[in-house]
Design a protein around this ligand. Structure first.
Ligand code: SF4
Length: 352
């Protein structure tokens, strides 16, 4: 089953090189805007969400749209939803080709509870579950950027527990998600060494790097002074790219291409590879609003208004207008993992 689903995802991604897909294969889904972090780079934690999709509504959405092969769950802090297992299970049960689910966490919730929920998610039988542990610095820096004393130690404890869990579940993958901003610029190496003091087996490949994005929609952080100095940041990322070791497999190869293109994005500010928004993928927020991508706050519809069927929204006039803008290169520039992977595999030459 695992191999068949991986092949299914690969073939669909390959197909997107040659034709407009009739329906998306990747969903990025913010299941809650609740968050107990106090990040200096993001204002989501200030939102007090009300009226978010209930589990029954998510189940109906999963049932009516059973074609997703890749679900990227995000937040807020996704594990604050006590029904996160039910949410993932709904997609697993209805999307017969689902291969991968990715979930980030700030590691701030009770760790017994987190491990319990992650274990239950793994027990649904998902072939691949990737957990990203947010880590933006060494101990003092991470706690400052994230606004919560003791957070670094919690991330380290969580990594150790997941490392143990992986012995039982080889489909579990764990990476550190390092978000670069003005606040931690030039500090990656020091962070890397701080992690290796506790876990000497960790390599550069265990880190996923991204640049803090500024957006008045998703992050609601337009007024924050977090933009790093471009040339210095590009050099920092280039240094990491050089130190990563080659790893076989589709996902490590795509991650490597993502990082190389990240350098281009940092230097130019331009999206480095043609977007696949509203072709391969979409973003849905916790209220059911559908957007082309996580960074483009243009709502094309709400699944509560379409009986949770995505297709009427996918084909509506607003979606067509957005596709026209994308074809004309008028999509706002960005390079986030939420969108970049499907852009890279949909432009296969960019992986070479
Ligand atoms: S960056 Fe993530 S953890 Fe930090 S406030 Fe925003 S949603 Fe919460």
């Amino acid at each position: 089953m695992r191999t068949a689903r991986l092949v299914g995802l690969g073939l669909t991604a390959l197909k997107s090189n040659f034709t407009q897909l009739s329906r998306p294969y990747k969903l990025t889904f913010s299941i809650t805007y609740g968050c107990q972090s106090r990040c200096m780079t993001c204002n989501i934690w200030q939102i007090k969400p009300k009226g978010e999709l209930q589990l029954g509504e998510v189940q109906e959405f999963a049932k009516r749209n059973p074609y997703f092969r890749w679900i990227e769950i995000t937040g807020g802090e996704p594990f604050l939803r006590s029904d996160i297992v039910g949410i993932v299970k709904a997609f697993k049960d209805y999307s017969k080709g689902l291969y991968i689910v990715t979930i980030p966490t700030n590691s701030l919730s009770n760790h017994d509870m987190l491990i319990n929920r992650i274990t239950q998610i793994l027990d649904t039988g998902i072939p691949r579950l990737s957990i990203t542990l947010s880590l933006d610095g060494y101990r003092e820096l991470h706690d400052k950027v994230r606004g919560v004393p003791g957070n670094f130690d919690k991330v380290m404890d969580m990594y150790g527990r997941l490392k143990e869990l992986r012995k039982k579940y080889p489909g579990l993958f764990v990476v550190f998600g390092y978000t670069m901003s003005k606040l931690n610029q030039g500090m990656f190496e020091k962070t890397y060494e701080a992690v290796r003091q506790l876990y000497p087996e960790v390599t550069y490949n265990n880190f996923h790097l991204n640049v803090a994005q500024v957006s008045d929609s998703y992050y609601q952080n337009g007024e924050l002074d977090i933009r790093p100095e471009r040339d210095a940041l590009a050099r920092e990322v280039e240094s990491v790219v050089r130190k990563r070791r080659f790893e076989a497999g589709a996902i490590p190869i795509i991650e490597s291409a993502f990082l190389k293109k990240l350098v281009d994005y940092i230097k130019t500010g331009n999206t480095p590879v043609k977007s696949r928004s509203l072709d391969a993928s979409l973003f849905m927020d916790s209220y059911g609003n559908v957007y082309p991508s996580i960074m483009w706050g243009r709502v094309i519809g709400n699944v509560r208004s379409s009986d949770f069927d995505l297709m009427p929204i996918w084909k509506n006039a607003e979606a067509e207008e957005v596709r026209r803008l994308i074809r004309e290169g008028k999509e706002p520039d960005s390079w986030t993992a939420c969108e970049a992977y499907q852009s890279l595999v949909g432009s296969i030459g960019s992986l070479l």
